[in-house]
Design a protein around this ligand. Sequence first.
Ligand code: B4P
Length: 183
Amino acid sequence: MMKNRLLFLGPPGAGKGTQASLICKEKGLLHLSTGDLLREEVSLGTQLGKEAELIMNKGELVSDQIVLSIVEKKLSKSSQGWLLDGFPRNLMQVELLEKLLKDIHQPIQTVLLIEIDDETLTHRMLSRGRKDDKEDVIRNRLKVYRDKTSPLVNHYMDLGILKSINGCGNIEDVNNRIKEALN
Ligand code: B4P
């Protein structure tokens, strides 16, 4: 049976958001995308959104406390299971999340790593054309991923809960690979 507390990990533009939406819809899980939640704050023009926008437009990571505060509110209310998309993104966020999940007795069951090459990622993001999808910003986001987020792969591998799939190919093919890995 598919687990219902999941985390999707992978470089920017790997398709985490795209695939997370499909899996959540199918399995009735709460989709928690820190990127989407931050963009929502930006579009509402809140103080938090104004601070986050400046950082996101440079391709840097928004502060751990800001991100944790938006995740915390949502996670503690959820009972049907959840999928974390784009969070945690550095080892400090891992630590903060583990403490939070311990408090609510809901450990992560599976971490799914979407692997893909930089060229495909860059092409996908440039075609999407979001505000932070400019060539120099994309380069920085890939560097931030390598420096700060990729160490999470070993962390979850050591915990024995990591599965990885190839993120190249069309949306349906990738979705089938994910379902196979999760079942
Ligand atoms: P995110 O919103 O997480 O965005 P992402 O990593 O760039 O995209 P994702 O992997 O979800 O790719 P998508 O499905 O959209 O982060 C944006 C920014 O928010 C970060 O840089 C950071 O500043 C901030 N942030 C977020 N979380 C944070 C945290 N925890 N801590 C600190 N800061 C944080 O796919 C990309 C494109 O490819 C789409 O256009 C899609 O349509 C297309 N696509 C997807 N799958 C495809 C396929 N199989 N074939 C062809 N195209 C495909």
